[in-house]
Design a protein around this ligand. Sequence first.
Ligand SMILES: [Zn+2]
Length: 73
Amino acid sequence: MSRAVLRFVTHRITRHPDTDVTFEAEYLPCKWKAEPSLDSAAVDVECMSHTGLSDHRGFRRICTSFAMVVRAE
Ligand SMILES: [Zn+2]
């Protein structure tokens, strides 16, 4: 009979270094998209401008970040 030796290593997940969070927004029915930006406020302003021009009000917002799993010890 053989025995397996199991060793558990604690990990944690963290934001990947040297990466930024990117913000995007789009209005799906008319396929309008804001310019992706590292500044969420800039994307919000673009959405409000689009509302002013079109009266389109419901936007899909996307926030993208990169994660990395590292050993906790
Ligand atoms: Zn639109």
